[in-house]
Design a protein around this ligand. Structure first.
Ligand SMILES: [Zn+2]
Length: 232
């Protein structure tokens, strides 16, 4: 192969890779994540629970968080708050943050247009306001922002919301019938940004194993010197 061509191809690959990395860096962490206190070199972990509340799991997660004296962020599904506002009121009263995930969590509906997405966000936010007395400005895209079309991400930001993805996960929505040990190991193995971890877990009805793994995960990161934070 022509030497110049090889060098050019290699350079093009480096540029493409750099662009991808910069793109990921700019898009993946939310404004809220970037603006959260850095605490002067203190390692931080943000536990986040998506898709709840549920009767079976959310109260048990709250029990563990209370016992471990740890605050977390719950990205709620508005529709599921129906008949479960007491659970969310408890979470709020105990110092956790309630933030917007979705009202319906139906991808086909919410991602069909800008208006549909913003309407879904505002419907969910209305549920939060009824519980906490204030609207949230923090949002998590169902499925994560990385695969959401740019115009939809832009619409959300322009409406004044910060969004936050995650950089570590229990993988409790991917592993089929996991053991607590598998989720514990996943939570540690998926850490890609060790100074500031945003950990994804779920508190839906079928996530009882998440509860079983939670205490051990919290203890691990405490032992590693992390401080736990909720998004504000
Ligand atoms: Zn979700």
């Amino acid at each position: 192969m022509n030497k110049n061509f090889t060098a050019l191809a290699a350079m093009a690959m480096v540029v493409a890779l750099a662009a991808t990395l910069i793109g990921c860096f700019l898009r993946a962490p939310a404004e809220a994540f970037a603006q959260s206190p850095s605490d002067g070199g203190q390692k931080l972990i943000y536990l986040t629970f998506d898709d709840g509340p549920s009767d079976a799991v959310t109260p048990k997660i709250l029990d563990v968080l209370r016992d471990e004296k740890v605050k977390a962020t719950f990205f709620i599904v508005g529709e599921r708050a129906e008949g479960r506002t007491d659970i969310l009121k408890r979470a709020f009263a105990e110092g956790h943050t309630l933030a917007i995930h979705s009202f319906s969590h139906r991808y086909d509906k919410i991602y069909s247009s800008k208006d549909a997405l913003l309407k879904d966000i505002e419907q969910c936010n209305e549920v939060i306001r009824r519980i906490t007395g204030a609207y949230s400005s923090l949002y998590r895209f169902p499925g994560g922002s990385n695969w959401v079309p740019d115009y939809l991400v832009k619409a959300v930001v322009e409406r004044g919301y910060d969004y936050v993805d995650w950089n570590a996960s229990f993988r409790d929505s991917e592993i089929v019938n996991p053991t607590p040990e598998q989720l514990y190991k996943a939570a540690i193995a998926t850490v890609s940004h060790p100074d500031k971890i945003v950990m994804l877990a779920h508190d839906t009805t079928d996530k009882k194993t998440t509860v079983s793994a939670l205490k051990k995960v919290i203890r691990h990161f405490k032992d590693e010197g992390y401080k736990f934070r909720a998004f504000m």
